[in-house]
Design a binder for this molecule. Structure first.
Ligand SMILES: Cc1cc2nc3c(=O)[nH]c(=O)nc-3n(C[C@H](O)[C@H](O)[C@H](O)COP(=O)(O)OP(=O)(O)OC[C@H]3O[C@@H](n4cnc5c(N)ncnc54)[C@H](O)[C@@H]3O)c2cc1C
Length: 462
């Protein structure tokens, strides 16, 4: 595919004018591009890297196909897009079973019952612990938490700006219960329970079904790029260095490609490079104060550490080919996905691949990576008895705004609008995430919004 893209690009007339230029080929950019292509707009996607997909892509290491970011695709906007674009859905494997590891034992939690079921188990275990040890254990207060939780789902008033942890402290000081809520916040909403406001927490829509790409995410990103190529072009190795403006409107971009500098004009621009990068490319002086303030207070990049473990023996959930495990009480490792139980194609024969997601101790402060790695290594040894003899770390990667690929460009509920101060320049991607959505699905939804808005704008200027 990369070869195909390059051949097509080199035979293209550079001075050609496009309807829409899309900066970046992450899921947000590919969603907007494929939807606009289907409406026959002439699209040019510019991607600075050697492959499409951004944080939804795949690289090869030691014969393993490893993710650049996302691993689990919720059954929501992304799946809707793949269906509409004719992606081969047999390439997606369902991930339907969720296990919680509590005090070293796996409990399967029905997605229908979700958090209340986990709290019930913790309540029972804490009572048993109190009986066994004869010690006073901090009460779980199950009835009170569940009451508060159900009221919260029905809606919390916006003026109640307290953190999730403060809200929960009304009902219980039991740290096991606090761990459950922190796990949910960190894994899905990009911030810890002591960082995230409760109002944002209750906007999250619990998801019941997930998928994984059996050939790796790159195969899906490439399929979306091929849809765009039906009425446009996708250029890799093409970095946008400037957005050109005239009389307050975007008129085109300057790019660096094969050590050449090119100017390409267009009628509208959609940027998937993140609003901060978009601002730099177009020049901060071209944005109004209200927009700049919104950007300052809303964009909160969330760091994450992507850990991939290779082994010659399954390390967890052996024999279960559609499940993931959420771990309570560990130092750092929160969620593990035994990738090769679900998609054995992603590893060499007789090898196994485990994905562990790690949220550093703070989602606000800079990450002390060596300290995090030490904690992760201790977790691996304690959680997986076979790790020492049969496993090895394939990759530990810090994903943060410093390397330009945080886990999410902003926390759940802090998304920016897709519109900017420039009438024909839009942002897409997970910085523009709609309330209640996460990662891949939020990026795709922003692509739907951008495609609709740009199509209306272009129709109005035919
Ligand atoms: C470790 C990790 C785990 C994750 N796990 C999950 C998960 O399990 N489930 C889930 O739903 N989400 C997950 N996510 C989040 C998900 O990957 C992202 O939300 C989503 O893929 C972001 O897509 P995007 O379009 O916003 O941006 P990106 O994928 O970041 O795409 C932006 C693209 O723009 C390109 N670009 C930037 N600047 C320029 C420029 N100047 N010129 C040209 N190109 C440029 C970049 O190279 C990149 O390809 C995870 C993320 C990480 C990092």
């Amino acid at each position: 595919m990369q070869g195909e893209l390059i051949i097509k690009a080199e035979s293209h007339l550079y001075q050609e004018k496009y309807d829409v230029i899309i900066i970046g080929s992450g899921l947000g950019g590919l969603a907007a591009g494929s939807l606009l292509s289907r409406r026959n707009y002439k699209i040019l996607v510019l991607e600075r890297k050697r492959r499409v997909g951004g944080r939804f892509s795949t690289i090869k290491k030691d014969g393993f196909k490893i993710p650049t970011g996302a691993i689990i695709i919720p059954d929501s906007w992304a799946i809707k897009l793949f269906n509409e674009m004719g992606i081969d859905m047999s390439a997606l494997r369902p991930l339907t079973r969720i296990f919680y590891k509590i005090n070293g034992t796996d409990y399967e939690i029905s997605p229908e019952l979700g958090i209340p079921m986990v709290l019930n188990i913790i309540d029972r275990l804490e009572r048993e612990r109190a009986e066994k040890t004869g010690k006073n254990i901090t009460a779980v207060n199950l009835k009170e938490i569940l009451g508060g939780y159900l009221r919260g789902i029905r809606g919390v008033k916006d003026e109640n700006i307290v953190t999730v942890r403060d809200w929960l402290l009304q009902f219980t000081e039991n740290e096991k219960v606090h761990e459950v809520f922190d796990e949910l916040c960190a894994a899905l909403m990009m911030a810890h329970s002591w960082e995230l406001p409760i109002t944002k927490f209750f906007r999250f829509k619990e998801m019941k079904k997930f998928f994984m790409a059996s050939q790796g995410n790159l195969s899906i990103a490439r399929a979306l790029a091929r849809v765009i190529e039906s009425s446009g072009v996708v250029w890799i190795n093409s970095r946008v260095t400037k957005i050109e403006l005239k009389e307050g409107w975007a008129t085109g971009v300057v790019i660096e490609r094969n050590r050449e500098r090119m100017e390409i004009s267009c009628r509208a621009i959609i940027s998937d490079a993140g609003p901060r990068m978009t601002l730099q490319l177009a020049g901060p002086e071209n944005f109004d104060q209200a927009y700049l303030k919104n950007l300052r207070i809303k964009i909160r990049p969330s760091p994450s550490i992507l850990v991939l473990i290779a082994s010659d023996k399954p390390l967890c959930l052996e024999g279960i080919n559609d499940g993931l495990e959420i771990i309570m009480g560990s130092r750092r490792i929160r969620t593990v996905v035994p990738i090769t139980n679900i998609c054995p194609e992603l590893a060499p024969p007789n090898q196994h691949l485990l994905y562990a997601s790690v949220e550093p101790i703070s989602c606000i402060h800079p990450v002390e990576i060596q300290c995090e790695i030490n904690q992760i290594k201790r977790d691996l040894q304690e959680l997986f008895p076979h790790f020492q003899k049969h496993g090895r770390i394939l990759q530990i990667k810090l994903c943060s705004d410093l390397g330009n690929s945080p886990e999410g460009w902003t926390w759940l509920g802090y998304g920016m609008p897709i519109e900017t101060s420039i009438p024909n320049l839009f942002n897409v991607g997970d910085a523009c995430i709609a309330p209640g959505l996460i990662g891949t699905t939020g990026s795709v939804e922003s692509g739907y919004r951008a495609a609709e808005t740009v199509a209306k704008l272009l129709e109005g200027h035919e």
